[in-house]
Design a protein around this ligand. Sequence first.
Ligand code: ZN
Length: 201
Amino acid sequence: MRQLFFLIFMCIRFGKLKYLSYITNNKMTSMKECKECGKVKDAIQFSKCKAKKDGLQPKCKQCNSKDNKKFRTEINPHHHAKWQISNWDKLMGYLRKYRKADKNGIIYAIINPLGEMYIGMSEMYLKARMTEHRKHYRQYKKGKRKSLPLLHDSFDMHGIENHKFETILEVEGIDRKELENIESSFIEAVKQTGKSLNIRN
Ligand SMILES: [Zn+2]
């Protein structure tokens, strides 16, 4: 993790955001980090999953088989003769965990012509998040909103259309808290370059 942040910092410092999205984009590498055990393994160690962007399951085969075993022996009543109503909470707990793990998140940057940037996170796609940013900016212009003063000043100064919106990191199966931690690290890294448009965090 520390290595990742160093990488992020270097990329932001040298303006290589494109490069960063390249190396963090699982599609283009043959290595992938298992979201269960955290080990970086060769793509061959992951089962295929068409629904996922990179075509692979988020968990490695080894972790998946552990899960399947858990499912057979602990969750699925047909595989577990003595399954009782008292296991209900446990089941619900598992389901919550699985649903949560299906969530994807992005870290994005809004970059002005001076190379100053705003870093944000979202559990939606970049396009949807940008629509929201435009809406908030219109509200700000009408005096209905005071948030994100540096970003909105930048929109005023350079025109919103002259800002680049870029996804810089896509993460699969992450919860909000974790995503927020990554966002904070990005913001910190950009602040160290003196080009941050984030005012709080
Ligand atoms: Zn694993």
